[in-house]
Design a binder for this molecule. Structure first.
Ligand code: CS2
Ligand code: MG
Length: 403
């Protein structure tokens, strides 16, 4: 038995907000977990402070599965992004502690490495097609094997997923949401042209990916997938919202372009139909928003039965703690597909010192005991919380999307 002696929540904003849970044990060993929910950060901080931490004190930190079940089943209110991010933070911190006690990196506790390294995809985005492809060439020069391409849509002022900064991508940009305008016909015309030019200029070796950010109806998504077939994408992501999982049947019936979904999913129930009916090829659920390593393993095991591979979300609003946990998971899980990688800012890297690293298109979790990541609390204290939201999108006639 190794007793949980104390736990606290640290909120910091080194360029963007992060919520971190730090659990301390009676043996003096501590663990960290990420609890960041973009644009709703303080709701998770309160959930942990007011409702979870009091129930953890005195429990055996080794009982990861039991604590997961206790927090999930015991609360009566199940699922949802706030609850599942809070449970995930506890789960990550407990795996970190177990690894430190065992003096092993977490991937060893998960059954050891199933592969040599973790293939990641980088982000190339620009306001014009030329800028996007120039970015892609620079990623290829850095050794990336897989690149996501997002480009501004001609005629639209701004496009979600296209960064204002050349190197760092941060879509949460205002203390009251920015409102942007969207045109589906303009978008549907621009994407095939981008990928046609990409194959001409970048060749066929590199894996190319694209994120629709839930902007299409199922039949529009089917059309886009079919238009993109000649360019052999690695995946087309979040082609339509998956609130209704059956919606993907229409897309599937209309294209052989591989489909990815699930960065907003919180539990195995959000992807059960998509996986069991083989309506997607990659599941994007993360360690952070889908209940921690413990629950993501369960999702991956279900996915494995149906030839669905993992493709964890890894945007900058997931802290280096999640990135570390994801890499241990990715290295160990048999049906790994790819991992998203967006570089954090230097300030963020300084607040979260870590052992993971990138080399020639692949990442490695490192050999440090536990997750191999920590929070520098003195550095974190220099960056107080700043409210920030993702933009809200409207159609050209001013209405909100209705799908
Ligand atoms: C995106 C993210 O990384 C992705 O695939 O969809 O940028 C996402 O929009 C943000 O992480 C939202 O918090
Ligand atoms: Mg996405």
């Amino acid at each position: 038995m190794i007793k949980i002696a104390a736990a606290r929540v640290i909120v910091t904003c080194p360029g963007r907000n992060f919520v971190t849970l730090k659990i301390q044990t009676s043996e003096g060993i501590h663990g960290v977990g990420d609890a960041t929910l973009n644009g709703r950060e303080l709701a998770v901080a309160s959930y942990l402070n007011d409702h979870v931490i009091p129930c953890l004190i005195g429990r055996d930190a080794h009982r990861i599965e039991d604590i997961w079940q206790y927090l999930y089943r015991g609360a009566y209110w199940r699922r949802g992004p706030v609850t599942m991010s809070a449970i995930a933070a506890v789960d990550m911190a407990l795996w970190d502690i177990k690894g430190k006690v065992a003096r092993l990196p977490v991937y060893q506790l998960l059954g050891g490495a199933s592969r040599q390294h973790v293939m990641v995809y980088g982000h190339a985005n620009g306001t014009t097609l030329e800028q996007t492809l120039e970015q892609a060439r620079s990623l290829l020069a850095q050794g990336y094997r897989a690149v996501r391409l997002q480009s501004g849509v001609p005629g639209l002022k701004s496009t979600y997923g296209v960064s204002k900064d050349r190197f760092f991508y941060e879509p949460a940009d205002a203390d009251i949401p920015t409102e942007t305008v969207w045109s589906t016909p303009a978008y549907l015309r621009s994407v095939p042209a981008l990928f046609e030019a990409a194959r001409q200029q970048l060749g066929w070796e590199v894996h190319l990916l694209h994120d629709v950010h839930h902007r299409l109806t199922p039949i529009e998504a089917g059309r886009l997938g079919s238009d993109l077939e000649p360019f052999r994408l690695f995946w087309l992501e979040d082609a339509t919202p998956a609130d209704n999982q059956e919606a993907f049947r229409l897309i599937r019936a209309n294209t052989t372009t591989p489909l990815a979904a699930g960065e907003v999913f919180n539990s195995i129930w959000d992807c059960k139909t998509l996986i069991e009916q083989q309506l997607i090829d990659y599941i994007r659920a993360t360690v952070l928003h889908a209940g921690g390593i413990t629950h993501l393993r369960r999702i991956a095991s279900l996915a494995d039965l149906y030839n669905v591979r993992t493709g964890c979300h890894g945007a900058t609003d997931l802290s280096p703690v999640t990135m570390a946990a994801a890499l241990h998971f990715d290295l160990s899980v048999p049906n790994f597909g790819i991992q998203e990688y967006m570089r954090h800012s230097e300030a963020t890297d300084a607040v979260f010192p870590h052992h993971y690293g990138f080399d020639a298109g692949f990442m490695y979790p490192g050999e440090a005991a536990g997750l191999g990541v920590d929070i520098d609390e003195a550095a974190a204290a220099k960056f107080p919380y700043r409210r920030a939201y993702l933009p809200v999108n409207r159609l050209e006639d001013g209405s909100m999307f209705n799908w």
